[in-house]
Design a protein around this ligand. Sequence first.
Ligand code: AMP
Ligand code: MG
Length: 581
Amino acid sequence: MTPAPTLPLLGFAAWSGTGKTTLLEQLIPLLVSRGLRLGVLKHAHHDFDIDQPGKDSHRLRQAGASQMMVASRRRHARIIETDLGEADFRELLASFDQRSLDLLLVEGFKHEHFPKIELHRAAIGKPLLFPLDRDIIAVASDQPAETTLPRLDINDLEAIADFVCAYLVQSRQQEQAPGAGFLSVEGARQAILDTLEPATRSIDLPLARCHGAVLAGDLVSPINVPPHANSAMDGIGLRSDDLAAGRWQLVGEVLAGQPRSAPVLAGQAVQIMTGAPLPPGVDTVVMREETRLDGEWVSVSAPVKAGQNVRQAGEDLALGAVAIAAGTRLGAPQLGLAASLGQATLTVRAPLKVALFSTGDEVQAPGETLAPGHIFDSNRFTLMALIAGAGCEVMDLGIIPDDPAILRQQLAQAAGDADLVLSSGGVSVGNADFIKQVLAELGQIAFWRIQMRPGRPLAFGKLGQTPFFGLPGNPVAAMICFLQFVEPAIARLQGRVWQPLRLSALAEQQMKSRPGRTEFLRGIFHQDASGVLRVRTTGPQGSGILSSMADANCLIEIVPAQPAIAVGERVWIHPLQGRVA
Ligand code: AMP
Ligand code: MG
């Protein structure tokens, strides 16, 4: 008997004519854009043939091959001739490469039992299927259906995609048995992000304290910046309709901050300083070095273009334009922009409070005398810095001993006080199960085995409404999990639009990985003399070797499809500058 598939399945039940394939065709790109890797299993009429008469594969089958595999660099297909009737559903499922998929969508196979979304359109004139089909988990219709099942609008594909993602998270959460299923890094990240909503609390902060905060709403410019056309140079201000004169009489001097209201007439010029507003009539500036003074007369020594050396009113920020978009993290340029608009305070998202603790009886705080067999708690300090670096407030809960009662009390309190709770250690298979028990009592936590190294296992879920991450205990794994999952989650909670930088570099040495798994190596990249990025590893890559992280300026990502990297091959790098500092 074929083992049960570990990949979540989701089917679609509908009367014919509902447009199942059309809907799937539109839904699949949405799911793919959310990072899901999809497989599709579709039932077909018994006379179906994917092959075509005249093709070599067809000829060889006609000649008597009962299995035909046709393969190219980009795809391959196996066609099996059978007279045994319908293929076994489970065998078909098992023939998918489970490791490179997050979800299998199934069309047809209506007599098989697996979760399905019912698709229904009133115009088809057929009754709903869900009352008789126990496998239906939601109804997507264009008319209200009377059911306690989740209801979706069949024309709202985003909502259907949301439902599918939530279903995926839920099915992952149910699958807690060791060895159950694996999730890709992208699939896990997306599943996490899909459960999170930006926190909405905002506060007004004086501009000088806004560095690193996230702007709550669009900052719309209440003025033009610069407020008036002004000179970009120290020089002579002229009228563009008067350039032919060749010689002008100087009638005054305009300094920054001292506007001149008297118009400059034909035949006249003013001396003007950088930043000084153009007086009426003047629209062109000649830099001082290109002018010749002769008493009260001035002439120019270089060609002059109408409008040159002038900064137009509003050319930096126009009145009414969005100067800084909501969700922007405020750095030096944004603070300058806000100041140039005269904003003394900004409305920013209240900083997230992130509760943090370490677990494990062997873990001791630095400063204590180390007992035999014990180690110092390094994770709390790396994580504190990462949390603060992401613009959050740290609530340091210290080291929680391996005691269920204490853990329960601390977790419950942290979930109440914080916007996000992080722990490290205690989530791997070999650990005392009480952590899992306590987490299960207090919330909905899934223990994921993610196809990555270092980093798995990872616990994620909610303690009540508060998101919780249980990071691995190994110091490097804890940091990499933070960078891959927690940092994006924090950005989502902050309402930020954020994408980490990923660049392509050439490997300077051989690197090994295992197919089907994302490998994150600690790397050192540099730009060679011809501008090409090159990368090597920091050396030994054990997940406890924290010095590898300290030496690195990037993570090297070897994607699951790459088993090994040869010298000169391309790898992805994630620069760490600004992320771990
Ligand atoms: P665990 O995930 O609890 O099985 O821990 C995996 C490894 O990480 C063990 O060698 C632990 O001793 C180590 N470890 C756990 N927590 C910490 C910590 N806070 N700081 C440094 N190492 C830790
Ligand atoms: Mg432990």
